[in-house]
Each structure stands twice: as C-alpha cells, then as structure tokens.
Design a protein around this ligand. Structure first.
Ligand SMILES: C[S@@+](CC[C@H](N)C(=O)[O-])C[C@H]1O[C@@H](n2cnc3c(N)ncnc32)[C@H](O)[C@@H]1O
Length: 426
C-alpha cells in the first residue's frame, strides 16, 4: 500500500470506531480481519495512526478547533501526523500527491485542510493554553470526582494514565517457576524482567507477540497486569479451600486463584455473561487447571448459590466497573464513559456485594476489587457495605488503610482498588 492509501485506511478505521458502540479494540480487530490484502507493515501503519489519534484525541481536537478547523477523523489524523508523529508539512502534503495512481488514495486536500497543515506547522502537541481536562485527555467531569481521593496528586495520577501500558505476564506456577518461564521465553527471543510486587509477575521488554510463543501456548505464562495478580494474591486462596469467583469473566483471576490453590479444592467461576465464561474454557485448559466449575449466573445457578450460603472460604467480587484504572490500555474508553453509566454500575456493584455477603462462611473472606479510580465505586461501596453488614470487618492493608489502592503513578500497574473483608465468627 502507498503511504496515502494507508492514511485513507486509518481514516476509515477511525470512522468505523466513531460510529460503533463497541470498544475500539474490537472494531480494530474486525477492520483488520476484513482486509486480508493488508500486509503486516500496512496493518501496523494504519492501526498506529488510528491509535495515535485516539490516545491524543482531546489535544488534537483542541489544536484543530484553535485553528478554526472542524475535528473529523480526517483532520485529526492530519494533525496527528504533524503533532504526534512529528512529520514535516511537506511530507504530509505528499500523501495526497499520488491521487490517481491507485483507487485507494485519499481524496485531495481541501484548501481548509491545506490551511490547517500550515497553521499546525512548527507547533507542539502540548500547549500551555490547554485546559487541564484537555491536557490530561479526560472528560471534564472527572477531576472534581478524584480530587477528594488524590488531592494534590490528582494531576500526576491522571497523567500516568496517558502512556501505553507495559506488557505484564503471570507465570503459571502449575506448570513452571519464574526462572523456568524466563528461560523458556528468552529461548524464543522474548526478554522479560521479574515484577517487583507479585512473585508471579514478569514484565516483557517491548511489545513481543507473546500469544504466538510456545511458552504461552504450553500454558507456562498468561498475559495479566501485575496489579490484577495482586488481587488474586490478596484473596489468599489456598489448596483445599472452597472458593467462589463471582464475576469471573474470561477467567483472568480464576486462573491465578487455581494456581494459588495448586489445583486442589473447589473453585467455582460464575458470571452473567455466558460468552465470557466460554472464553475462559480454552485458557483453563491451556493452563492445566482442573479444579474449576464454570456456571452462568442464571436462575438455576441463583438457586444453587442460595443452597450454598455461608459455605465458601473465599468469595472474590471482581466487580463490573468503569474501568477508569485501565485507560492506558483503552484510550477510547475515556470518551465513552458517562456519569449516568457510573451511577448504574454502582447499583450493580452494590447488588453483587450483597449477594456475595451471604455466601462467605464465618471466618472466611470476601474480597471486593475494581479497576476503577472513582471513590463511589470503591470506598463508597465498601463503607456502605460495612454499615449494612456488621458481621464483616476490613482486613487492613500494610499501610494501615482499610483497603488497598494500586495506581500507574505509584506502582506502575493499572489502577485498582481492593478491599479484603473478614466475616467474623459470631
Ligand atoms: C472486571 S470484569 C471481570 C474480569 C475477570 N474477573 C478477569 O479477571 O478476567 C467484571 C465481570 O462482571 C460480570 N458481571 C456483570 N454484572 C454481574 C453480576 N450481576 N453478577 C456477576 N457478574 C457480573 C461481567 O460480565 C464481567 O465479566
């Protein structure tokens, strides 16, 4: 493909993302799958430009509007070439010279687009005139909600959500120890360093295609953020226990819990989404896990759970949440979240927590986790839960706080909140 044709495909991809309700990564995968004619280099160029626009959308929009332009996928992509990639105006104009050579070239530059290129020449993406929400690429309603938690650190915490997240792996201790996994990956050209917080964690250097490696396919490692591993560790599930992973999804934490249990005891993985639970099947098989029962949360499972009141040593609620802590990975998610969605998620979280409360045995433990930074989804939920459930006590974190908080700025992980609650013996 010519550079112009790649630009044109990136604009088409951005249009597809803008007109879809799906998260961008799903649209990107479908877009690429439907274009078998694109080679690996074309694919990389097209998706890199599109992700660059999504990751810098607020600042690019600000620049286009400041030059009296209209922000569209095409004008934002032009601005991204100049301000994110640092291309020279002449090189950007040259993308449009090839018109007529192939049917895939972009339409010619309009005079307004030409003027925009000239006006952006020599500028930088960051501009002191940009308001805080633009500079931090966040919806304007967010900073006020976070200030009570982060105080003076709010800006630094939000800024740490801007760069791309590193690629973390969890060593599957059912199949390998960390040194064995490091050596197996290195033999395939994948360099890793041990994580500093989770004893299972490895951080990959660069962005290797781990899923294509034999080490991954043989189940020695899984892709999982180090902070996510900490949630499983804080659950302190052990061999022989009865454990319930109530919002198991595609099984990320279920896999880690099963490894901590050394495949011994019973681990029940439930979720309202049959599709997500189905995706866990292959992962569990690859990891050599055989103490897990997957159950879709329908009426029958509801009745089944009612008969198991007070019977689980551990219940993990990895709650559905705003995902604000994972915005390094999902730059478009910032622009999809609304206060109304947060409100409805909070109601759902309270419902899941109330259901979980009855299932823990006295002396057992309920762990509530989110990948959210918003206090109403975190300490707000736990404060209300503890007020309504006097049989629960928070199990304090090492710093004496009643809960744990992990952030990209402080820990280099995604943003997580974890409350470990002990059910007291009456
Ligand atoms: C944060 S995700 C879980 C991620 C998963 N634990 C992992 O580690 O890969 C939250 C999950 O909660 C599920 N969910 C939403 N509402 C639920 C409910 N009322 N009860 C149980 N699960 C629910 C969603 O389908 C989603 O899979």
């Amino acid at each position: 493909m010519t550079p112009g044709a790649r630009f044109q495909e990136a604009v088409a991809l951005l249009e597809a993302i803008a007109s879809s309700d799906r998260p961008a990564d799903g649209t990107v995968s479908a877009f690429v799958r439907a274009r078998r004619y694109m080679g690996a280099k074309d694919r990389r160029a097209v998706t890199t430009l599109a992700w660059g626009v999504l990751r810098h959308r607020a600042r690019l929009t600000w620049h286009v509007e400041a030059r009296r332009g209209t922000p569209t996928p095409r004008t934002l992509a032009l601005a991204s070439l100049l301000l994110v990639d640092g291309q020279a105006p002449a090189a950007v104009r040259a993308l449009f010279d090839a018109r007529g050579r192939t049917p895939h070239e972009p339409p010619p530059l309009s005079s307004a687009e030409g003027a925009l290129i000239d006006a952006l020449a020599g500028r930088t993406l960051a501009d002191p005139a940009q308001p805080l929400a633009v500079r931090l690429e966040i919806p304007a309603w967010l900073p006020d909600r976070l200030a009570p938690v982060w105080g003076d650190d709010t800006e630094a915490e939000l800024a740490a959500l801007l760069p791309e997240a590193p690629l973390d792996l969890r060593v599957n201790t059912l199949k390998a120890d960390r040194d064995t996994a490091v050596a197996a990956l290195a033999a395939e050209g994948i360099a890793t360093i041990p994580g500093t917080l989770s004893p299972w964690a490895l951080r990959a250097e660069g962005r290797p295609n781990v899923a294509a490696s034999a080490a991954f396919q043989q189940g020695l490692v899984e892709v999982q953020d180090e902070g996510s591993q900490l949630i499983a560790l804080l659950t302190e599930a052990g061999p022989g226990m009865a454990v319930l992973d109530l919002c198991a999804g595609a099984g990320g934490k279920t896999l880690a819990l099963a490894a901590a249990m050394e495949n011994k005891g019973t681990l029940v993985a439930t979720d309202v989404s049959a599709g997500r639970l189905e995706r866990a099947r292959t992962r569990l098989h690859r990891a050599g896990v055989h103490n897990v029962t997957r159950r879709v949360l329908d009426a029958e499972t509801g009745r089944w759970l009612k008969r198991r009141k007070g019977s689980f040593d551990r219940v993990l609620v990895d709650a559905p949440c705003s995902g604000t802590g994972t915005w390094r990975r999902n730059p478009d998610a910032r622009w999809r979240l609304t206060p109304a969605q947060v409100e409805s998620l909070c109601a759902e979280q309270a419902g899941v927590l109330a259901r979980a409360a009855d299932l823990v045995r006295p002396g057992g433990r309920l762990v509530y986790a989110t990948c959210s930074l918003l206090p109403e989804e975190n300490e707000g939920q736990i404060t209300a839960f503890l007020a309504a459930h006097p049989d629960y006590r928070p199990h304090p974190a090492p710093d004496g706080q009643p809960w744990h908080r992990f952030t990209p700025a402080r820990h280099g992980t995604d943003g997580f909140f974890v409350a470990v609650l002990d059910r007291i013996v009456p």
